[in-house]
Design a protein around this ligand. Structure first.
Ligand code: ADP
Length: 502
C-alpha cells in the first residue's frame, strides 16, 4: 500500500497553524499534515520520526525553531526543515541555514501562499538527495566488490577522494588514510610518473596504463590505471577522476602461461630430437642385421633345415617391419623440423600427385578415385601430398570391395574443410579418436600391413597448418576422414607453427 508523505507542522499559535495546515492540505493533496502546538507533544512525537518534512514557526511558546531544527538534525538528518519566520528574524534564519535549514517562508499573506511550494520543493530535493546517495552507495559497494579502486585527484596528483577498494589495493589502513597522498608518486616507474603528469598537465585522459605501484608495506603490486579530467562549466578542469584495477593476478597467470609454453616448446624440441636421434641411429645396426640375415638365408653356408629357413625368413620380415616403423617415426619427427614455408597450393594438383604416387595400389585394387573442384590455399605443398597420400592409401588398404574413393572440399569464409570418403570396412565409433595416436592400429600386421603412424602424421601436418582432423564412420559401410585448413594462414618460415589454431 502506498503511504502518503507526512509533514509535521509545528506552531503554538492555533490560528496560524490552522491556516497553514489548510493551505498545505489544499495545495498538496497527496501529503498528510500532522499538527503540533504543544512542546510536550512535540517531544513525544519527534523521536517516532517518519516525516517527509517538518515546518516550524521560529517563535514557539516553549522554545524556538532552532531547537526543533537541531533535534530533527540529530534524529533524522535527511528530513528537510522549513522555517516559518516572522519578518525581522533574518539573523535567526541565517543561523538556521548554517545548521541545515532547507527553506524559510516569511509569515504573511504572500508567505502563506508560498508555503506549499516550499514544502514540495524541500520534499523533492531530499528524495533526490536520498536517491543519489543510494546510487552512490550501490556504486561504492559494486566497486568494492569488484576490487576496483576509484579515486579523484587534484591537478598535482594528490588524492582527494578514494574508495575502500583502493585502500585495500594499496595496502593502506583506510580510504581516509590515503587522503593527501600523491597517487602519481606511488607509481614505481619514474618515466611513467612523468608520462601521467604530462598528460594531466595537457588535460588529457590516460587509459589502460599498466604500472607497478608501491604499497604501504613497500612491496610493488601491478595495476591498470585510467584517469580522466573533470571539467566544470566556467572553471575548466577541477580535478581528475579515475579507476585503478589490481592486475597482479593476471600478470602472474600470464607469466606462468608463457613459462609453461616455453617449457612445452623445449620438451617438444627435446622429443623431436629424441625421435630423430633414435630413429636415425637405429637405422645403421638394423641395416646390418638385415644384411647379415639375407646373407645367411641366401649364401648356403649353413645347412638349411626347414626350421632355420623359417627363422631367417621371419628375421628378415621383422627387420623390414622395424625399418618401416623407424622410417615412419622419422617422417613424424620431420613434420615440424622439415616443414616448408606455406605457398599458394592448388589442391587439385596435390590430389593428382598423391593419386599418381599410389598408381600401383589403385590399379591393383581396381579403385575408382574421383574429386570435385578443389580450392587454392596457402599450405606446405609437399605435406599436403603426404596427407592425401596417407588418407587415400588407407582407403585403398582397408577395403571390402573395389574401393570407391571420393574427395571433396567445403569452402567457408574462415576455413576450408576437406573430406576423403571411402566405402571400406569402416571403424567402430569408440576407436574414432584413438586411431590418430602413434602406433594405434585396430588390426594385426598380418591382417593389414602398416605401422600405425600414418594418421598420427596426418594429424601433425594438419595441426601445423592450424587446422584439425577427425573421422566419421560406420562399420561395414565406409569412412570419411575430414580436415580443415584455415584461410588466414600467413606464409611462415619452415619449421614454424602458424599462430592460427582452430
Ligand atoms: P596404419 O594404416 O599403418 O595401420 P594409420 O595411422 O594410418 O596406420 O591408421 C590407424 C588405424 O586406423 C588403422 O590401422 C586402421 O585400423 C584404421 N583406419 C585408418 N584408415 C582407415 C580407413 N580408411 N578405413 C578403415 N579403417 C581405417
Amino acid at each position: 500500500m502506498k503511504t502518503h508523505p507526512r509533514v509535521l507542522l509545528v506552531d503554538s499559535n492555533p490560528d496560524d497553524r490552522a491556516l497553514a495546515a489548510l493551505l498545505l492540505r489544499r495545495e498538496l493533496p497527496d501529503v498528510e499534515v500532522e499538527e503540533v502546538g504543544d512542546g510536550m507533544v512535540l517531544a513525544d512525537r519527534l523521536p517516532l520520526g517518519g516525516f517527509a518534512a517538518v515546518v516550524t514557526e521560529y517563535r514557539l511558546d516553549w522554545g524556538d525553531g532552532l531547537q526543533v531544527l537541531e533535534t530533527i538534525r540529530s534524529l533524522a538528518p535527511d528530513c528537510p526543515v522549513v522555517f516559518f519566520a516572522s519578518e525581522g528574524n533574518e539573523a535567526i534564519v541565517a543561523q538556521g541555514l548554517r545548521k541545515g535549514l532547507s527553506a524559510y517562508v516569511v509569515k504573511g499573506s504572500a508567505g502563506y501562499l508560498e508555503l506549499p511550494t516550499a514544502v514540495r520543493r524541500a520534499i523533492d530535493r531530499s528524495a533526490d538527495l536520498r536517491a543519489s546517495r543510494e546510487g552512490l552507495a550501490l556504486f561504492q559497494r559494486l566497486t568494492d566488490e569488484l576490487s576496483l579502486g576509484t579515486f579523484a585527484v587534484a591537478a598535482d596528483g594528490r588524492l582527494i577522494a578514494a574508495n575502500e577498494a583502493l585502500a585495500r589495493i594499496l595496502n593502506a589502513e583506510s580510504a581516509e588514510a590515503l587522503m593527501g597522498r600523491n597517487l602519481i608518486e606511488l607509481l614505481s616507474d619514474e618515466a611513467l610518473q612523468a608520462q601521467v603528469l604530462a598528460a594531466m598537465a595537457r588535460g588529457r585522459a590516460v587509459r589502460g596504463l599498466e604500472a607497478g605501484v608501491r604499497r604501504a608495506n613497500l612491496d610493488v603490486t601491478w595495476v591498470r590505471v585510467a584517469l580522466w579530467p573533470v571539467v566544470e562549466p566556467g572553471q575548466g578542469i577541477v580535478r581528475f577522476e579515475g579507476a585503478l584495477e589490481d592486475i597482479t593476478g593476471h600478470r602472474e597467470a600470464e607469466r606462468e602461461l608463457s613459462e609453461r609454453a616455453a617449457a612445452l616448446g623445449r620438451s617438444n624440441v627435446d622429443l623431436q630430437q629424441f625421435a630423430y636421434v633414435i630413429s636415425h641411429d637405429l637405422q645403421e645396426p638394423l641395416q646390418l642385421i638385415t644384411r647379415y640375415a639375407r646373407l645367411l638365408a641366401g649364401n648356403g653356408s649353413i645347412a638349411p633345415t626347414l626350421d632355420t629357413k623359417r627363422y631367417l625368413t621371419n628375421l628378415v620380415s621383422c627387420t623390414d617391419r622395424m625399418q618401416a616403423m623407424i622410417n615412419d617415426v622419422l617422417a613424424y619427427s620431420r613434420v615440424d623440423t622439415r616443414g616448408r614455408p606455406f605457398t599458394d597450393v592448388n589442391f587439385a594438383d596435390v590430389v593428382q600427385q598423391a593419386v599418381g604416387n599410389l598408381k600401383a595400389a589403385i590399379d591393383e585394387s581396381g579403385a575408382a578415385v574421383s574429386w570435385d573442384r578443389l580450392p587454392v590455399l596457402a599450405a606446405d605443398a609437399a605435406q599436403m601430398v603426404q596427407l592425401f597420400q596417407n588418407l587415400i592409401g588407407n582407403a585403398l588398404k582397408f577395403r571390402r570391395e573395389a574401393p570407391q574413393i571420393r574427395i571433396y572440399a567445403v569452402e567457408e569464409p574462415e576455413r576450408c574443410t576437406f573430406a576423403v570418403a571411402d566405402n571400406g570396412i569402416g571403424i567402430s565409433h569408440e576407436h574414432l579418436e584413438r586411431i590418430f595416436g602413434m602406433f594405434q592400429r585396430l588390426h594385426t600386421a598380418a591382417e593389414y600391413p602398416g605401422t600405425g603412424i600414418g594418421l598420427a602424421i596426418c594429424k601433425r601436418i594438419v595441426e601445423r597448418h592450424g587446422g584439425r582432423v577427425w573421422a566419421v564412420s560406420e562399420v561395414g559401410r565406409g569412412s570419411t576422414f575430414c580436415f580443415t585448413i584455415p584461410r588466414s594462414l600467413t606464409r611462415v618460415r619452415a619449421g614454424e607453427t602458424p599462430a592460427t589454431k582452430e
